[in-house]
Structure formats: structure tokens, C-alpha cells
Design a protein. Structure first.
Lengths: 130, 130
């Protein structure tokens, strides 16, 4: 099978993360905004490659989830890059709606203010917006 | 101390990664190109905040390293964002030279070609370039 052959050629470095063999998966949109990072086990990676939609492994729920399966905010895969030590994959995705379950476009919406050492929320709440 | 207060307020979620308590650290440049991802323990995070330069925790060498300490390709911190579950930090950095020890600008220079399921190197080798 072609996808399994590609995974074998890639030879990803699954790390022991919270007791599971996982890769780091970073999702960015087509404007290069970092949307989120989560984990993939081998099955989540295969399912992502097979379906063309992002699937992650949830360490809290201990299972694979299709991003957006409840919210509808799915992520369609456009491009994939691996890093030099193969423990992380970068996915360029087409984000439907927004990425964060807290209803912000990106999960990275807590800014550390380096001037006053405070933490502030940036971006807008997408549910309040519409 | 102000930095310790900010870390306490942030309340980062250190995961058990390869037997250590670590955060995921993603570095992007000011044009939002994803440069690399690596890990930080609490000391690496503190040292990064105190010095303004990226310090990571190396799981293979089992110690903190200042990015660029050998190559000179340091990363000066410009902005920091935390994600919603606080297990990952996104650092906007000013990258000196290039990020990857394989002499590419970004560590994510292995592209998975989704048309033919092959893996190809993208970008240019910066040492050959100059």
C-alpha cells in the first residue's frame, strides 16, 4: 500500500509521550498562521493520509479523533512537511471555521506580554463575532 | 521574581516526554515560517525568558542547550504565545543564519509529496549557497 510505503520511507520517530508512541503534529493555515499542535499515533497519521483530513490522538480521551468531528471545524490537508529528526510533522491545512475549542481562530491566543510579564488573550472570540 | 510569577500565572502543562517533564516549543520567524520544534523543561523556559534567547532541553543529550551555541545561529525572542491547553509555546524569533543543523533555513524541509507518495527535500542548503 502506497501510504504505508511512504510512512516506512519517512521512518517517523515516535516519542514516548504520556505513555504512548506519538508524533508532534503542527497545523498551520495557508497564510502560515500556526493553528494548533497536538499528537498523532501511527493510526492517526495513516487515517490522516488516507482521508485527507486531520486526525489526532487525544491523550486525555485515549483515542483518535477527527478534528472538527463535533464542531464541524475540520482541517483539510494541503501539504505535509517532516522535520530533520522526524519526530514532528507540519501540516498546511484549509481550516473550516476556527481551530480552537475556546472559539478562537488559533489555539495560540494567550500572549505573554514580555514588557509587564502579564498574560493576555489576543484575537477575537469567533462565536461572539457572528 | 517577575518571570517566575508569569510562569506561575501561565501554569504550563508539562507532559511526560521520554521520561522528562517537558513543554513543546515551536519557533517561527517574523514572516511566520515555522523554523523548528523542540522541547523545554522548566529551567529552559526560565532561561529563555531571562536571557531573551531560545534555550531548549535536549532529550538525546539530556541537558539544556542554547540554540546556536555551537553554530552561532541563535534565536532572539520577539513574542511568545501559549496554546489553550498550555502544553505548547509558540515563539516568534529573529533567526540568525538558519535553524536546521542540516543547514536548511527550516528543520521542516522534508516534503511528503501527496501525489506520488514520495519524500523530497525542499529549500536550499545554506552552506552550499554561500
Amino acid at each position: 500500500m502506497e501510504i504505508e510505503k511512504m510512512i516506512k520511507q519517512l521512518n517517523p520517530k515516535f516519542r514516548n509521550i504520556d505513555g504512548k508512541k506519538l508524533l508532534i503534529a503542527i497545523a498551520i493555515d495557508e497564510d502560515k498562521t500556526v493553528l494548533m499542535t497536538a499528537f498523532m499515533d501511527e493510526e492517526a497519521l495513516k487515517t490522516t493520509l488516507e482521508t485527507g483530513y486531520m486526525h489526532y490522538y487525544s491523550t486525555s480521551r485515549d483515542k483518535i479523533w477527527r478534528k472538527g468531528e463535533e464542531s464541524g471545524n475540520v482541517q483539510k490537508v494541503k501539504e505535509i512537511y517532516a522535520d530533520c529528526d522526524k519526530d514532528a510533522l507540519l501540516f498546511v491545512v484549509e481550516q473550516k471555521g476556527w481551530a480552537c475549542h475556546e472559539n478562537y481562530y488559533t489555539c495560540f491566543h494567550y500572549k505573554l506580554n514580555l514588557k509587564n510579564n502579564d498574560i493576555e488573550i489576543v484575537g477575537e472570540n469567533m462565536v461572539n463575532k457572528y
